[in-house]
Write a new protein. Sequence first.
Length: 551
Amino acid sequence: MLRYVVTTAMGAETEHTAEGDSMVIGRSSKADITITDRALSREHARLYSVGDQWFVEDLGSRNGTMRNGMRIVQSQEVGAGDVLTLGGSSVRLVQSGAFVESAPSGQDLDLGASIFRPATELLEGTVGPQVDGQARDAADLRRYADRLRILNEVHQALSGSMSLDELLDLILERVFDHLRPEEGAIFLRQGDDYECAASRSVRGGGTPPLYSRSLIHEVAEKGMAALVLDTTSDERFNQAVSLLDLGVRSLVAAPLLDPDGALGMIVLGSMLSVRQFREEDMELLASLGSVAAMRIRNLRLLKEAMERQRLEQEVALARQIQVALLPETLPEIEGYELHAGNLPSRGVSGDFYKLVRRPENGECAILLADVSGKGIAASLITASLEALTALPMEEGMDPVEICDRVSKLLHQRTPPEKYATAFLAVLDPATGKITYVNAGHNPGIVLRADGSAEWLKSTGMPIGLLPIGSYSAGEVSLDSGDAYFVYTDGLTEAENPDEEEWGEQRLLESARHHSALPVAELAAGVEADLDEFANGVPFADDRTVVIVRRK
């Protein structure tokens, strides 16, 4: 059975008992729980049961659904004491199955000698010394002032530069100073589990940390602060071996709340003969847990920022090394204009180009390659590809031989998913003949002086894809005014705000439009047209071009 209390944005409260095992909450008259609140969606959230347990899910509402002050991202288990906030209204679960809710704020309720309250509710009580616009009595004001003093002291103590281990130890030290427990532990979320990150005991080292799966479930996963007056009287904890072995009878715990959820929890324990915790201890620990969570989060953000800075420095160094592999100057070939350029999308590039003049016969070997993937990993394979192609290109091998040899070696040195598409060509300046292999690469373009164009399509598979490649050669001749134009897919796959790709046809039209310009200006004109098309959308891939024109 599920009982719940609905509190509207206007403050009206009504109590209900669930009928059925699924209830939609919303402002629609057709909803199972109709709440007149303009901040609610027509079908805002749903409560449903699986066996004896109830769950809540958001139904894609405009303003979201909060459970105990934390936004629901996916379906979550709920129980007695949980508060669902929907717009300006709320639904408080009073009874779920065998469990009933904990005491309302400011009241004591004996439920197996345990009290559970949403930590966000307790933290709201530290905002100011007034309740419903009325000043508190002198004792409340003193307690409020003492709490502010303690929180300020802890804030200052935790503000220094320290490691996570030092921070957790200092948190426990301050908590022990103010709450005087016998045992204490901090559990932090690690993936889907919680691990004890720090513990402290007045009994000395070797004492096992406080641990209870039920406590972690209630506190860290539900965001509830807990006060267990006697663990032996509460069935949720009287089977926890670690607690029984320590002789712990009184417990107080609070979640380490972060905007994205609980980072973990802090739990304190003591024997009844030494210390029995009270509600004000639970309230103070909830506040201290909030301070601790903020410091832990800031420390993690700092660590992430330092790691990003280190990676950025590594990327910058990798880019310097990669630039050093690219030709500083291009060969000078009488009767021809040459241009090549590379623009990386992520600091370092998976694209590579190389032009090598062969002194024996005056030929020029031209390589443009695009390694699969992006970033540092792709740049490392690019460096390997440069080394593997250097000697064959200089020795005078034809494009088919070079691709056969390099493909086999690259396959042996890289994982199966790593390969490169390439356009390898050899130009005979005397005749203008180009012998080429298109190894799974984008089709090259020959821009004719009369305005026509010719596509140079694939003649083989990507390099390094299989142990044994299969390649054949193509031939084309450049006459006076003709240009050989090869590029990587960073140009053709660039997108505009409507997610349209620039594509091969737009590239061809742009290249034709600028074809009468010197080759460097031709490349700049194409890049300008691409920038205009992208209209501010970041380029997702590297952009590289090589252009050779016969004068």
